[in-house]
Design a protein around this ligand. Structure first.
Ligand code: GLU
Length: 304
């Protein structure tokens, strides 16, 4: 199969989807990104790599980073984290307050904002230097020592973080946040501000396609069983209130972010990432979703 040619075809076939969506301007710093940015990167576990467009350009990975924080928490504490956060799709917006209150402060899953805040709280209690430990973890997983937070994005998000502040306070009122609200928000905004390129993302996620083992090293980040659970959560909860649509059209476990990035894995085979900043009303990249749908259709590589 000529994968480079497939990526080229997809680029042409999705070009008309530019200017069909909105950039996530609720975080002012993200609105500065050029709306026609577009990149794809495909890494196979066996070693070959294909990419196109802006695949080398770093962008704000936002909620994609929630896969890293969840992996860290599962790796440190195992199953017991699921006493404080569920494993069901939410069926509501990623930053919804209503469901959280109704369900007495137990977030539906670790990928909606409330769930990610609980995971950050768990990590904050567990780690001596939480931000540095998080960066070290991502750097190890990616094999790249200059992955970093973007302080301008942290500041920008803090200045407009009213809903996340409300979620953290609601969690606290339900006694599902042990540390101070400000500390956890600061840690969470740092997580969301991590920047990576498509090439770096698909390379990093190969570990999740490889039963939790970093390819080419002896480093086991998660056990096979923990990796199965992580991928299952990506499959069922990785796309806000559109995880069903993503499963239906693409058919791979994955995670999106409001920076316009999406990364998906096919266990034991490959990892693919795409970046296009314009989002649909659910918060997923329009061109990114279509790109992955075309990729699994043309390559016949989907888990279903
Ligand atoms: N930092 C963003 C927020 O909390 C993350 C959103 C996302 O990518 O889903 O609103």
């Amino acid at each position: 199969m000529n994968y480079q040619k497939i990526l080229e075809e997809i680029t042409t076939q999705t070009n008309h989807l530019q200017e069909k969506g909105k950039i996530a301007s609720y975080i002012p710093e993200l609105a500065k990104v050029s709306r026609d940015s577009f990149g794809i990167s495909l890494h196979f576990l066996r070693g070959d790599h294909y990419w196109i467009g802006d695949a080398d350009k770093r962008f704000s990975i936002q909620s994609i980073a929630k896969v890293f924080s969840l992996s860290m928490a599962i790796g440190l504490l195992g199953e017991k984290i699921f006493q404080r956060v569920g494993v069901e799709p939410s069926g509501t917006a990623f930053n919804s307050l209503l469901q959280l209150d109704y369900e007495r402060g137990i977030p539906r899953n670790p990928f909606i904002n409330a769930g990610a805040l609980v995971i950050m709280d768990i990590l904050f209690s567990e780690l001596k230097h939480p931000k540095q430990a998080l960066l070290d973890f991502v750097r190890k997983l990616s094999g790249n020592s200059d992955i970093d937070f973007n302080q301008a994005v942290v500041t920008s998000e803090k200045s407009q973080g009213f809903r996340n502040t409300a979620l953290a306070n609601l969690l606290k009122s339900h006694r599902n946040l042990n540390n101070e609200v400000e500390e956890i928000l600061d840690f969470y905004f740092h997580l969301c501000s991590i920047e990576m390129s498509c090439n770096e993302l698909s390379h990093t996620f190969l570990g999740f396609a490889n039963h939790g083992k970093i390819p080419g090293s002896d480093e086991q980040i998660l056990s096979t069983s923990q990796t199965k659970r992580l991928n299952a959560l990506m499959q069922t909860c990785g796309f806000y209130d559109e995880a069903g649509e993503f499963s239906f059209t693409v058919g791979l476990p994955g995670k999106s972010g409001v920076g316009g990035g999406i990364v998906a894995v096919y266990p034991e085979k490959f990892s693919i990432s795409v970046w296009s900043p314009e989002l649909n009303e659910k918060g997923n990249s329009i061109r990114g979703m279509k790109t992955l749908e075309l990729f699994t259709t043309k390559s016949k590589l989907s888990v279903f």
